[in-house]
Write a protein that binds this ligand. Structure first.
Ligand code: LER
Ligand code: MN
Length: 263
């Protein structure tokens, strides 16, 4: 397994400095945060150059497209699919791992009267994923479907709910992303989920219980990292969190904490 961090947490103004700093701290890869932002060819060139100069690996891109792949609005959904496809091509060119996307984000809450029948939700999302899978396979990059907690996404909150789509799409280039912050809110037992769905989960986001740096709050990382170790997880574990005033020193302490648990 390799540890990564999202570039925006490093507080630098360009990719070259971000990658250099991530390397100095001890990360093996950097994940790019492109939340609701398209990743263009020129971004890809700049990122590839920064990776080459710094000797840093490129993780996945979180975002890289506009709207949501299960958007209620058909035109917006098509824009999201086209954006994901274009970014997948650029990501392949820059040597990145793939793209990360939830089904939907902040669109609707299950407390409201149904906006789209569940069966229609499923049909729409499966259709988006099938189209995306084709492109991911063509370019040899990954698409990671990310369950989010109930306050952010009304469609997929638990790993078990995402499994249905991975089976339906049946592509080796489509897998689930397990985000510990969301898992901590939604799963009964994170370690058990990791084991049960080890063939489905291909990437992790790391954050503590309050979505701050791992090791700074009360999520018990020991059984989680131990389970990843014993199940032979060999993918990326990428820090995606908010900072509470911590800078390089805090990030460094967090990485040391994570390393100490997988020794
Ligand atoms: C949003 O809460 C999140 O976890 C991101 O990784 C969205 O893809
Ligand atoms: Mn996440």
């Amino acid at each position: 397994m390799r540890f990564a961090i999202q570039d925006n947490l490093l507080g630098q103004s360009n990719y070259k400095d971000s990658f250099k700093l991530a390397k100095e701290i001890g990360f093996e890869a950097v994940e790019l945060n492109f939340f609701q932002k398209e990743l263009t060819e020129s971004h890809a060139e700049e990122i590839a150059k920064a990776a080459e100069i710094s000797g840093m690996e490129i993780g996945a891109v979180c975002g890289g497209y506009l709207n949501w792949i299960a958007d209620f609005d058909e035109e917006k959904r098509q824009t999201a699919i086209a954006g994901v496809k274009a970014s997948l091509r650029n990501i392949a060119q820059m040597g990145g791992e793939g793209i990360i996307a939830p089904a939907a984000y902040g669109m609707y809450a299950r407390r409201f009267p149904p906006k789209r029948p569940l069966e229609e939700d499923k049909r729409i999302l499966t259709d988006s994923l099938e189209k995306i899978a084709e492109t991911a396979e063509k370019y040899g990059v990954m698409f990671y479907l990310e369950p989010l907690n109930r306050y952010e996404d009304h469609m997929i909150n638990m790993t078990s709910e995402a499994v249905h789509y991975i089976d339906a799409v049946a592509s080796k280039n489509v897998r689930i992303l397990g985000d510990l912050f969301h898992m901590n809110l939604e799963e009964d037992d994170i370690a058990e989920t990791i084991e049960k769905y080890s063939d489905y989960i291909g990437y992790y986001h790391l954050a503590d219980s309050n979505r701050k740096l791992p090791g700074f709050a009360h999520l018990d990382f020991k059984p989680v990292l131990n389970k990843l170790k014993v199940t032979g997880y060999d993918g990326t574990l990428s820090i995606e969190c908010h900072l509470r005033g911590q800078t390089v020193e805090g990030i460094s302490r967090s990485l040391d904490f994570l390393h100490s648990l997988v020794k």
